[in-house]
Design a protein around this ligand. Structure first.
Ligand code: SF4
Length: 362
């Protein structure tokens, strides 16, 4: 079987018509690759056009503020990708005069670019013969060639890379790489692959041995951490303002904005929050918990966030003392109608869409 010829032949007939496949501009290919990591194509498409329109060339992206970039990224999740995109654009301007680097080694130096992304960009844009190895590729190769080594192990990854290196088309590596990924996304899917109509069914090890559902093998899952976020949605009725703060720690949603947060080891009740306020040294009589909106569960790759939003009323007169007593050093006031000017996490966005702050302040 000539795997390379067979799969690229299939690709020419069946590939989806996607905008980033119509360009050889490495900047646009890079944009699409970063946006599409852990994102469905339908969702990523909107963001690809938003970024392409706002920042048609790498200079424009480098000149934008991080807040602008994060705001545009809002809703896509995994914000480290956006921060790295921005850092990489600056690096391209500073170190490469604004010209996208044209080889694997230099592309790999860009923030947020690993071996997979560097191989994808340079094979597609510059014809460099580096194979891509992502989830789709690992599944296709494991099944067709019968790789029984766990794909989340170094040895498994090496075996798959070796086979991809063996079959990659040195004259058109970009098409070969995209063909294997596309075949994994459309045909050799994780569940219910299209085996009965598959062009590889005569050769496919997993199909012939009836172990399609057992391959690829994996060692095991990373443990998921539970976190409890208690947000204080503080509202000043007099001025129609609320308080936000920026997440500056190296943690999820870094540099995004959110309501002042108390993280706890378990769910926090209104009584416990009231006790915390009373014990903070602030006169608890001056702040009133109006309502609690709870049971927001937000799932990230290795973390489950359980969130509660406590709506509090506070007069502007008491706000400084309250923020100081509760340790919200960087919290600042925002007019409620201006919140949408800030880049916020998807969790905060969900809360704001489902709960009108203005109504709470009337
Ligand atoms: S026969 Fe099934 S498992 Fe094998 S390559 Fe085709 S779709 Fe994948």
């Amino acid at each position: 079987m000539n795997f390379g010829e067979k799969i690229t032949g299939w690709y020419h007939i069946h590939k989806r018509d996607l905008p980033w496949r119509k360009t050889s501009d490495p900047y646009l290919i890079w944009l699409s690759e970063i946006i599409l990591q852990q994102t469905r194509i339908e969702q990523g498409m909107d963001y690809y056009f938003k970024f392409k329109n706002a920042f048609p060339v790498v200079h424009k992206l480098a000149m934008a503020s991080e807040d602008q970039v994060l705001k545009l990224w809002q809703g896509l999740g995994y914000y480290t990708r956006a921060r790295n995109l921005h850092k990489a654009a600056k690096q391209i301007v500073e170190l490469h005069n604004g010209v996208f680097p044209n080889n694997y080694k230099d592309v790999l130096q860009l923030p947020g670019v690993g071996p997979y992304t560097a191989a994808a960009i340079t094979s597609i844009a510059f014809g460099e013969p580096y194979p891509v190895v992502d989830g789709n590729v690992m599944r296709v190769i494991s099944r067709i060639f019968g790789i029984e080594t766990a794909i989340d192990s170094t040895d498994g990854n090496k075996e798959i890379t070796t086979l991809m290196n063996k079959w990659i088309d040195k004259n058109d590596p970009g098409t070969f790489n995209q063909a294997v990924m596309e075949f994994g996304a459309l045909y050799c899917k994780p569940a219910n692959p299209e085996c009965s109509a598959c062009l590889f069914k005569e050769d496919c090890y997993a199909y012939k041995n009836k172990i399609v559902n057992e391959l690829p093998r994996k060692n095991g899952k990373v443990k998921t951490k539970k976190r409890y976020f208690n947000y204080l949605v503080i509202i000043s009725k007099e001025t129609n303002e609320t308080w936000l703060q920026k997440r500056t720690e190296k943690d999820i949603w870094q540099n995004l904005y959110e309501f002042p947060l108390l993280e706890s080891h378990n769910t926090m009740s209104e009584e416990l929050l009231q006790k915390k306020i009373d014990q903070s040294g602030f006169n608890g009589q001056q702040v009133k918990i109006q309502k609690t909106v709870h049971d927001y569960k937000h799932i990230l790759t290795h973390q489950h966030i359980y969130a509660r939003f406590f709506v509090l009323w506070l007069t502007p007169h008491h706000s400084d003392a309250f923020m100081k007593a509760m340790g919200f050093k960087s919290a600042f006031t925002v007019k409620i109608q201006n919140i949408d000017q800030y880049g916020i996490s998807r969790l905060t966005d969900r809360y704001l869409k489902e709960n009108k702050l203005n109504e709470a302040s009337t």
